[in-house]
Design a binder for this molecule. Sequence first.
Ligand code: ZN
Length: 134
Amino acid sequence: MKKIEHIGIAVKNLQTSNLLFTSLFGKEPYKTEIVESEGVSTSFFQVGPNKIELLQGIVKENPISKFIDKKGEGIHHIAFEVDNIYKEIQRLKKEGFTMIHEEPKKGADNKLIAFLHPKSSNGVLIELCQEIEK
Ligand code: ZN
């Protein structure tokens, strides 16, 4: 893994939270994007070298609403950038980690993504992401 790519925060209302985080960071999100495959709407803030992703569920069954029901709003996942997501998934499986996605899928912000199951990483939900070459 190369570095933390972004930190994901689960929110109930993206519009309200965009305003809140805009006043917190002193700047607006650089993009908002719907991720159909996950049933979520997202926005991204650039804070110095770091990115913060806000996520809101927009369909009936989605991972963000489920998370908020259980734990409330707050930090949802930490995403790490990798060079080769296919190789990294194989490596982590060999190390005994449980993947939620054994095959990468298209995520927000032009990335291939895969999540590890938090039960195999001390309750921390970890996302792997690799930039899709244009
Ligand atoms: Zn993410």
